[in-house]
Structures are given as C-alpha cells and as structure tokens.
Design a binder for this molecule. Structure first.
Ligand code: SI3
Length: 303
C-alpha cells in the first residue's frame, strides 16, 4: 500500500542553474513548486534530466536539499544517486535519507563494462547505506548495460527493491519486469513516447524527462488510461510525440530546448551544462512555436 505514493506522473527533475551556470537554490525551488502546483505525484531528482553526470557531489547534494526543502512531504521524492564510484553513490544515498527522501534509485556503474556481479554489488552497497526503498534504473541507451532478467531476479530477492524505472525502448521489457516482479512491484515507464503503451502493457507509473515541459498532457494521458478512454489516450500520445520530436529537432540538446520552453512558460531554470549545448541562433526563434504548440495541445484536451 505504501508503494501507492509512487504511482502517477513523476517528472524527471531538471538541473536548475543561474545565468553563470551555478546550481540555483531559488530556481530549483521555483521548479519544484511549479510542478507541485501542476498536480504531479512526485519528482525524480538528479537523474539524466538532472544532468547528474556533469555535476559534482556538492552540486548534487544542493539540488537534493533544495527540492526537499520546498516540496518534501508533499510529493514522493526519489533521489537518483548513481555516480562514477560506489563511495560517492553511498554518500548521496545517506544524504538523501537524512533529507527525508522517499526512495533511492541508481543506474548501473558506468564507463568500465563491469560484470553483473559488480553491478549487483554496487546496487546492494547503495541499498545497504540507508533504510530507504530502492528503484533500479535501467537505461541501456546511455549506460550500455541492459538489465537482464537474471540480475533482475537476483535484485528483487532484496525486499527493499520496490521497483524498476525502465527506459529501454521495447515495451516488452516492461511486461517482463512486471511479470517477474509481481503485483506490488512498481514498474515505471521510461520512454515518454510510449507512456500509454507502457501503462497498458503493465507499467504502474511513469518517470520522464519531458513531463516537466508539459505536465498537463501526461496527467491527462494518465487520466485517459486510468478511466479506460483508450481512443483519447492514443490521440494524446500522438500529440505528445509530435511535441517531443519538435523539442529534439532544434540545435543544442533536448534539455536546452525544454529549458527555453520552460522560460516561456514562466519558469526560468537557466540552460544546460557543457558538453550539453544550448539552443542558439535562428533555432531560438523556433522555441516560441513549440511553446505555442504545447499550449494548443493543452487547450485541445483540457478545455
Ligand atoms: C533515454 C532518455 O533520456 N530517456 C528519458 C526519457 O524521458 C526521454 O527523455 C524521453 O522519452 C524523450 O525521448 C528518461 O527515461 C530519462 C529520465 O527519466 C531521467 O531524467 O532520469
């Protein structure tokens, strides 16, 4: 029953910087409150969208702290603590527990191609660092490791492992993890382009990198799925996908395009950290059109 708090729309939280590229307390808190007000269920803090891999430990701790201070106790907060070394991940895990986070999550170890025994040890060391439940993060596109059903089965022998955030593209993976995990185990849909498909095949919930750019649309998609309105669910997914494709069509990186859109939506979280590139030149002019497309799509389904 306690796992219910993780079921719903959970935006992957963005790195919030000031104009000099320094993690901003004010902007981090503003984005947290904006998403709370939109009605999301929780936040996934410090993951891919949080540019975790380009931040040092102190910056990651600061973001965890600012989010907890603004919306802790009001939203389900999941701290992503994956880092280059176990030592850093354990430190982040302990810190997130101190701050009152609701769960931990981590990618597998990166850079070296380690055997599954090392991935098991890494995740288990994080789990043993606190009392918090743990959510596996499977994102083979960026880590190069695709979670096997063998390692999955071994991990879920530990009752603190309550879920998997699955960002691999085959929706079949979601169905397989759900089948192996069981009724109470939470499977989070990762690819936003397949939110509806993921939910229908067995995902209980979703964590996504584009949710915060247009939370209204994902909340509506979830409502359509939950009420069995599948024609509308399919329609809104198609419109969401058109928007994701537009966000990925600009120069720079998808996150910098999203951050430019957010500025136009009234939330300034700065830009991205290099080597991610900002949107520049003529492409900046296209941001307003994408923002208008988001507004029109929201009006289409919410009015
Ligand atoms: C490969 C990748 O980046 N996947 C994203 C998706 O949300 C993705 O941005 C979206 O589906 C658009 O392609 C998420 O799964 C990442 C995420 O939730 C995170 O920020 O940790």
């Amino acid at each position: 029953m306690t796992n219910e708090k993780f079921k719903g729309i959970i935006p992957a939280f963005y790195a919030c910087y000031d104009e000099a590229g320094v993690v901003s307390e004010e902007r981090t808190k503003a984005l947290s409150l904006y998403l709370l007000e939109k009605g999301v269920k929780g936040l996934y803090v410090g993951g891919s969208s949080g540019e975790c891999i380009y931040q040092n430990l102190e910056e990651r701790k600061a973001t965890l702290k600012f989010v907890a201070e603004s919306v802790g106790g009001k939203l389900a907060l999941i701290a992503h603590v994956g880092a280059p070394s176990t030592r850093e991940s354990v430190e982040l895990a302990k810190y997130a527990a101190e701050l009152g986070y609701d769960a931990l999550s981590a990618i597998p170890p990166i850079y070296f191609k380690l055997p599954e025994s090392s991935i098991y040890r890494y995740w288990t060391d994080i789990i043993e660092a606190s009392e918090l439940p743990f959510i596996i993060y499977n994102i083979p596109q960026t880590t190069g490791y695709n979670l096997s059903l063998n390692l999955f089965a071994k991990m879920i022998e530990n009752k603190k492992v309550i879920g998997v955030k699955n960002s691999s593209m085959p929706v079949l993976d979601i169905e397989r993890f759900k089948a192996a995990g069981g009724e109470d185990f939470i499977v989070f849909n990762g690819p936003d382009e397949q939110y509806v498909a993921g939910r229908l095949i067995g995902a209980d919930s979703g964590i996504g990198g584009t949710y915060a750019a247009m939370p209204e649309l994902y909340l509506k998609a979830e409502e359509y799925v939950a009420t069995g309105n599948f024609a509308k669910a399919r329609s809104i997914q198609k419109d969401i996908n058109n928007l994701i494709i537009a966000l990925c069509s600009l120069n720079g990186n998808m996150y910098s395009a999203i951050k430019e859109v957010l500025k136009l939506r009234g939330v300034n979280v700065g830009s991205v950290r290099a080597p991610l590139e900002p949107v520049t030149g003529a492409d900046l002019d296209k941001v307003a059109a994408i923002k208008d497309q988001i507004d029109a799509t929201i009006a289409k389904y919410l009015d």
